[in-house]
Design a protein around this ligand. Structure first.
Ligand code: ZN
Length: 304
């Protein structure tokens, strides 16, 4: 009997409060959650009734909404805002609403790089073995990078290309989540002034390589793979393995940065350009490691 009273009381309470809920995840096109995004719920008259922030996995929840129709808006400093109108929630129900944030299309930009092969490493636009790299499909940038480009000042900027390999998709999602390329670009822009914009990207190349092509420094996911496999064969593992891959990737990046600078600054090189650009990693790495707060070595390779 006592139990029934308690049950009845619970029922009565829930009827009186009559809350409705909306929950879901804010994700990137590649599926990773976006942490720290602001999600607002506005009523039919446009008044914001609640604001929440997504957690580490991109999850959010409005627990105490009155039943009705809402406009849900997601804002993140790095991505385009998304609005969902007419989200209906009913009494004692949870409405699930997942929202995908998209990147800006770099294709509309006046300063978009041509993304054609014009490699200093390789003759005639061909990569070693005569492989022709396809242009980056639908180059995308985060809102952060786009805002920088809209400033119309030549600069380094990160961008993303379409990826098909499942493992590389995960790695791309990590790069996006941590805004790795954007941080490297900010770092470079604070130390180097260039007359022409240079893109930074990771992409699928169908071969282990890194190069300066189409006004962009391109790091191949396959190269990172190869470094891992090589160092694993040498018996490295754990943090030591990560550090070694990290160093190798950083060296490759600086080498390509050397090519980029020779090209955009029109530097006169005496002797072999390949040897000249290798001076950059040798001279810049120790400085980069000791002086910079956000070390390129740590931000270049977030995946392990
Ligand atoms: Zn080279």
């Amino acid at each position: 009997m006592k139990k029934r009273i308690v049950l009845f009381a619970t029922f009565l309470l829930s009827t009186l409060t009559a809350f409705a809920q909306i929950e879901g995840r804010v994700v990137l096109e590649v599926g990773t959650g976006v942490p720290g995004a602001s999600v607002t719920a506005a009523g039919e008259d446009g008044t914001i009734v609640a604001t929440v922030t997504t957690d580490g996995e991109g999850k959010y929840a409005f627990k105490e909404l009155r039943p009705g129709r809402y406009k849900i808006e997601v804002n993140s400093s790095s991505f385009r805002s998304v609005v969902r109108e007419n989200v209906i929630v009913s009494e004692d129900r949870t409405t699930t609403l997942d929202i995908t944030l998209t990147l800006a299309d770099l294709g509309d930009m006046a300063m978009a790089p041509p993304l054609l092969i014009n490699d200093n490493d390789n003759n005639g636009g061909l990569l070693p073995g005569g492989v022709k790299l396809e242009p980056c499909i639908k180059p995308l940038v985060t809102k952060w990078a786009l805002d920088g480009l809209n400033a119309k000042k030549a600069q380094f900027f990160g961008f993303y290309c379409e990826v098909t390999n499942a493992q590389y998709k995960v790695e791309q999602a990590e790069l996006l989540k941590e805004q790795v390329l954007e941080h490297i670009a900010v770092d470079l822009n604070s130390t180097l002034t260039i007359p022409k914009s240079v893109g930074l990207t990771y992409r699928e190349c169908k071969q282990a390589n890194a190069f300066y092509a189409g006004n962009s420094i391109v790091m191949c996911y396959e190269l990172v793979d190869t470094f891992y496999k090589t160092f694993e064969k040498d018996g490295l593992k754990g943090a030591e393995l990560d550090q070694s891959v990290d160093n190798a990737v950083t060296f490759a990046f600086y080498h390509e940065l050397g090519h980029a600078l020779v090209s955009v600054l029109d530097l006169p090189i005496t002797g072999k350009e390949e040897d000249a650009v290798d001076q950059l990693p040798r001279t810049s790495l120790p400085t980069a490691r000791t002086k910079r707060k956000r070390q390129p070595s740590t931000v270049l390779l977030p995946f392990s």
